[in-house]
Design a protein around this ligand. Structure first.
Ligand code: PXP
Length: 250
């Protein structure tokens, strides 16, 4: 039996805020969800302040920072407005994602290669402020190499396509995407980058990804909040943690 080092579970609480915002009400409170997640074994909390504030809002960041004693991973687009907010709050981590107003969720990875000069300058003050900068990218060697060049400490590999193929029963595409993610996890690690993964992961799809030897963190949101409707957030987190742990020890 091989036992690998632990993989952290970052719980994304954006969709608690989405439900709150749907009615313009005060509940459910994403901060209460984050504290509950912390108490139930989450290793970190992820929250995305989008340009249109459809998930968390500015005032939620203060609340999260005050309430949490686990790391906050602040997801944001590489814009001047967001950089100012990040530098004001100095969260443990900043994850840069592409953002389009019309998209339902973060649809693709960041094109680091295309925006190399801009991103290098953008990341520097965040690094200097002590934020661990992560780039959310597709599992493509040129993007991994560019992430290293621009000074990111971490890459988060986009698992959305792997999950979509899994649920569409496109077995050969799913297998090919999986193998590619596995290879890129090893490659990014070999360049000295810390490797995370996330997007679309569920109880059914998490295990094979969690078993990548070099992986350090998984960020999961939509499925956990969905499962929590039926089973409660604590139970959903505990089950996800157990599946991740099992994948590391089998
Ligand atoms: N990682 C990143 C960078 C993301 O943008 C998202 C979605 O906000 C996730 C992970 C979590 O994806 P999901 O909500 O599908 O689990």
């Amino acid at each position: 039996m091989t036992i690998l080092t632990d993989v952290r579970l970052g719980v994304n609480i954006d969709h608690v805020a989405t439900i709150r915002n749907a009615r313009g009400s005060m509940y459910p409170d994403p901060i209460e969800a984050a504290v509950l997640a912390q108490n139930e074994g989450a290793d970190g909390i992820t929250a995305h302040l989008r340009e249109d504030r459809r998930h968390i809002r500015d005032e939620d960041i203060d609340g999260l920072i005050a309430a949490l004693n686990i790391p906050l991973n602040f997801e944001m687009a590489a814009t001047e407005e967001m950089q100012k907010i990040a530098l004001k709050h100095k969260p443990h981590a900043v994850c840069l994602v592409p953002e389009k107003r019309e998209e339902r969720t973060t649809e693709g990875g960041l094109d680091v290669l295309k925006e190399e000069t801009k991103l290098e300058a953008f990341i520097k003050p965040l690094n200097n402020a002590g934020c661990r900068v992560s780039l959310f990218i597709a599992a493509v060697p040129a993007q991994v190499e560019a992430a290293k060049r621009v000074g990111a400490a971490v890459v988060e590999l986009h698992t959305g396509a792997y999950c979509d193929y899994y649920y569409e029963s496109k077995h050969s595409n799913c297998e090919a995407e999986f193998e590619n993610l596995k290879k890129m996890c090893g490659y990014a690690h070999s360049l000295g980058l810390e490797v995370h993964a996330g997007h679309g992961l569920t109880f059914e799809t998490v295990g094979p990804i969690a078993a990548f030897p070099e992986l350090k963190e998984l960020n999961i949101g939509h499925f956990l909040i969905s499962d929590a409707v039926f089973n409660g957030l604590g139970a959903s987190i505990k089950k996800m943690k157990k599946l991740i742990e099992e994948a590391r020890t089998s």
